[in-house]
Design a protein around this ligand. Sequence first.
Ligand code: SF4
Length: 218
Amino acid sequence: MTEDRAAALKKIAEEVRTCTRCPLYQGTTNPVPGAGHPDAEIMFIGEGPGFYEDKQGLPFVGRSGNYLNELLRIINLDRQKVFITNVVKHRPPENRDPQPDEILACKPYLDQQIEIINPAVIVTLGRFSMARYFPDGKISRIHGQPKFMGDPVIAYYPLFHPAAALRNPELRKAMEADIKRLPDVIAEVQKRRASTSSNADDSSDSNNDGPMQQLSLF
Ligand code: SF4
């Protein structure tokens, strides 16, 4: 139920607000737990909040956020239909990289968000979220190459971080080519899920709330 998911996500946001599990909360203006649709079929996971995200308490609202919006527009994907968050929920000082112990301390929040939303596609933005699913991966080598795992199948799709793409025209070209392939990744998830469900039970009633119906995002 959408309401149950929204309530569960709100509870996590409240826990994040008072969290002191790592030092990152110190000196911040707002926590940035994440935002988006509780039933999102696509989740974007970045690194950590930056200056504008800290000011507003929302993910990807600065320059990187504007660029992410631009990328979503390329494929006609409505930002309201996805969920966007980060591996750490408080801004690292001076926008430094999040440290391994900070990522670990914050991991339960992200794990719970993923469990609640149960997306069909997880898009990782940058190397820190990529490392959750591709621990030995190098972003320069594996960006734009989806990995399909699980039952029901989920696609893990590693992309560069928008901020990195903004700094480097070559990465920007690659980023835009990769985002244009996202609809194909979603179609592949649909195909694999359809084939699994028809193999599992040809005679079962169709469920209109199932993943296939929810994946009509474009
Ligand atoms: S970054 Fe995560 S673990 Fe660290 S204080 Fe914030 S919510 Fe807690």
